[in-house]
Design a protein. Structure first.
Length: 262
């Protein structure tokens, strides 16, 4: 993708993120890998709903500025992902309400409740809290970036990445949609997990179809281990996922959903 097309698409996706309530004010950031050592990124302190193409910042893979527009200090998170994942060319960071609710509650999105999510995204682990714009944040992400395509940032937000801008946004949208369904299911008594045999079939389908590679079996997913199909080298554990439970009354959950919808 040429630079001018990428600028237009970043503006379009930024407006989508803003219109969907995934970001407010100057929250969030988007970037695209234009070349081996060239990154196009959204500017700091600008609403994603009011960006223009000329506002975009250019940096190299070490974060050195290549034009006069100031990039967000959170670019370090994007650069880490690009360095660790040569297959990734786009990153979207946001504070989506339902996904960030999971992150604030200390919960991973790792329950096998939706077949489509297992097929196209897999598990979304919770990374340890790190102060934004510092090495603490990137250090917390390092154990998870290689095998996952979206992450929950504890008490912060979410980040998703892909081969292009649309895939990165789609993964962000899938994460948020899944979190919302999981919360709604809790108000109805809880979601039913898919059985191990069904999970095995879905993993085989996603690998044959090319949705996710075989290395995605190394994701931090308890259900992969339960199904006996996790990779042998998987040693990453969620901060607080799997069997972690939060007890809320039905009325409390409904009130939380009402507040999130406002």
């Amino acid at each position: 993708m040429d630079e001018q097309t990428a600028r237009k698409l970043i503006v379009e996706i930024g407006k989508l993120m803003y219109d969907k309530g995934y970001v407010t004010s100057s929250d969030g950031n988007i970037s695209y890998r234009l070349g081996e050592n060239l990154i196009l990124a959204t500017p700091t302190q600008v609403s994603k709903g009011r960006m223009t193409e000329d506002m975009m910042a250019l940096t190299d893979l070490d974060g050195n500025a290549l034009n006069d527009n100031r990039v967000s200090s959170e670019i370090k998170m994007h650069l880490l992902i690009y360095k660790m994942r040569p297959d990734i060319n786009a990153v979207c960071h946001a504070h989506t309400p339902h996904g960030t609710a999971f992150a604030a509650a200390g919960l991973a999105i790792d329950a096998p409740i939706l077949s489509e999510v297992i097929l196209t995204l897999g598990c979304v682990p919770l990374t340890a809290y790190g102060t934004p714009s510092t090495p603490e944040l990137t250090d917390a992400l390092k154990p998870y970036v290689e095998h996952h395509n979206a992450l929950l940032l504890e008490n912060h937000g979410v980040v998703a990445y892909g081969k292009d801008l649309w895939q990165a946004f789609d993964r962000l949208e899938t994460l948020e949609h899944t979190a919302k369904i999981a919360i709604l299911a809790r108000t109805l008594g809880g979601a039913n997990d898919l059985p191990p045999d069904a999970i095995k079939k879905l993993v085989n389908i996603r690998e044959k179809a090319g949705y996710l590679p075989e290395k995605a079996r190394c994701q931090s997913c308890g259900y992969l281990e339960d199904a006996g199909i996790a990779c042998e080298t998987n040693s990453v554990q969620n901060q607080n996922g799997g069997d972690t439970k939060i007890s809320l009354t039905r009325e409390e959950l409904i009130e939380l959903l009402s507040q999130a919808a406002r």
